[in-house]
Design a protein around this ligand. Structure first.
Ligand SMILES: [Zn+2]
Length: 181
C-alpha cells in the first residue's frame, strides 16, 4: 500500500480541486505513517500478526473430511473483538460453510455490525499453509454486506508472509444493500 503521488499530481493537473477536496487530500496524506508501513487507521503489524496467529489456531478446528482443505479465519470487529472461524463441510457438499462466513455469523450473532479486518489461512490437512487462501466469491459478498471498501483482507501463509488487500480490490463494483433503498 502506498500513496500514488503520480496519480494525485496527474489529477491536480487535469482538473481543479476545490478547497474542501484539497483539505481532505492533505488530511489523508498526514495520516501516512512515516515508517511507510501503515496508514494512520490501518492495522499495525503486530495486530496483523495477532490476527494471523488466531486464524492459524482456528484452522486446527476445521471440519473438512471431503476436500481435506482446512481453512481458518480471524475476524476483527470495530469493537476490537476477534471472532475465529473454520470451514465446516457436509456430506451434502452444498451445505458447507467457509471459515470466513463462520466468523461473520458468530460475530453478527454477538451483535457486531462493524468490522476492520479478517485474516485467512488455508492448506491441505496435515500440512502447513503453502500459499495464500483467497476468499471465495460468496464470502466476498458477505464481507460487502457488513464492511466498507477499506476493510482489510489479510491472506497469510504465516505471521511473516502475508498480503493485505482492501475489500474494494477483492470485490470491485460489488452489489450492496444501498441499491435496494
Ligand atoms: Zn468462502
Amino acid at each position: 500500500m502506498c500513496v500514488d503521488f503520480e496519480k494525485i499530481s496527474a489529477d491536480i493537473t487535469v482538473r481543479h480541486y476545490d478547497w474542501l477536496e484539497v483539505k481532505q487530500l492533505l488530511n489523508s496524506l498526514s495520516k501516512w505513517d512515516k515508517q511507510g508501513e501503515t496508514m494512520g487507521e490501518r492495522l499495525q503489524t503486530e495486530d496483523v500478526k495477532d490476527l494471523i496467529r488466531k486464524a492459524l489456531g482456528a484452522r486446527t478446528k476445521a471440519y473438512a473430511p471431503y476436500s481435506h482443505y482446512q481453512v481458518g479465519a480471524a475476524l476483527l470487529s470495530g469493537q476490537g473483538r476477534v471472532y475465529p472461524g473454520c470451514n465446516v463441510e457436509n456430506a451434502s457438499y452444498g451445505a458447507a460453510i467457509c471459515a470466513e462466513r463462520t466468523a461473520f455469523v458468530r460475530a453478527v450473532q454477538e451483535g457486531e455490525r462493524e468490522f476492520r479486518a479478517i485474516a485467512i489461512v488455508g492448506g491441505l490437512e496435515g500440512e502447513e499453509p503453502k500459499d495464500y487462501a483467497y476468499p471465495c466469491g460468496i464470502c466476498r459478498q458477505v464481507m460487502q454486506e457488513f464492511c466498507g471498501p477499506d476493510f482489510e483482507v489479510i491472506t497469510a501463509v504465516s505471521e511473516d508472509d502475508y498480503e493485505i488487500h482492501p475489500l474494494k480490490e477483492m470485490l470491485p463494483w460489488g452489489f450492496g444493500g444501498e441499491k435496494l433503498k
